[in-house]
Design a protein around this ligand. Structure first.
Ligand SMILES: [Fe+2]
Ligand SMILES: [Fe+2]
Length: 243
């Protein structure tokens, strides 16, 4: 996959990988950008160009991960992007998969056992995923914002309390892989749900599960290799000034 650059037209980016459309939406970019380049759209919408390029390139190419360049991006921008991604899972992707599974269950041509099993699996998965996202939104992200503010203000009082309650090390320990179970679910649908005249819904739900899996792997990679090291460095700097 070729490297996506600032002077490419945004439309070219979509042509290079249509799965980036929802990623553009997360930056507040909607379709209908005509002939505008990435640079122009980013400057119009006040999007950090480096961050945008890093995210779209990383999404399209697993080997591309410019940790060093991303380290210069404001951590609040990263958290904002991660929160918007969570909202996409919660309000778009999860309900879409549930709707598709319900529609599969209604189809008389399916072997219902496999579909019922898949629905049960997805409900379990949904519970786990929502708990994961909630924990990050209620504990991890607010903590990151507090660390960022403290680091900026260079105040030392109260810092130890904050760092004693939570840390990037604790995040590392609790941060589990939320993509693994999706594999089992895909397998149930691929191996045990027989195709019928209405293949389309079954195919679509499998495509959507692959898409969710890929999106979550990319999301987790940003959390583990970008967010965590940046905040851990801030923690260390705060510890040093608090001494
Ligand atoms: Fe997350
Ligand atoms: Fe996560």
């Amino acid at each position: 996959m070729k490297l996506l650059t600032a002077d490419m037209k945004l439309a070219e980016i979509v042509h290079s990988n249509y799965l980036l459309i929802p990623v553009l939406n997360r930056f507040g970019i909607r379709l209908g950008f005509g002939e505008k380049t990435v640079r122009t759209v980013c400057s119009e919408r006040r999007i950090n160009l480096e961050f945008f390029l890093a995210i779209v390139n990383a999404f399209s190419n697993e080997d591309f991960f410019p940790e060093a360049r991303l380290r210069t991006v404001n951590v609040l921008t990263i958290v904002d992007y991660l929160r918007t991604t969570h909202a996409y899972y919660i309000h778009a992707q999860i309900p879409r998969i549930e709707r598709l599974l319900r529609s599969l269950a209604r189809s008389k041509t399916r072997r219902t056992k496999g579909v019922v099993l898949a629905q049960r699996f997805f409900q379990e998965y949904k519970r786990e995923l929502l708990a994961h996202l909630k924990r990050e939104e209620e504990v991890t992200f607010p903590y990151v914002e507090q660390v960022y503010r403290l680091h900026r203000s260079r105040r030392s009082r109260g810092n130890k309390d904050l760092l004693a309650r939570y840390s990037m090390r604790a995040y590392e320990e609790e941060h589990d892989n939320v993509d693994e179970k999706l594999d089992d679910l895909k397998n149930i649908l691929i191996k045990y749900v027989s195709s019928g005249p209405d293949d389309d819904t079954l195919n679509t739900v499998i495509f959507e599960l692959f898409r969710l899996e890929r999106d979550i792997i990319d999301h987790t990679r940003i959390e583990d290799t970008i967010l965590r090291p940046i905040v851990a460095e801030m923690e260390q700097a705060i510890q040093r000034t608090a001494r």
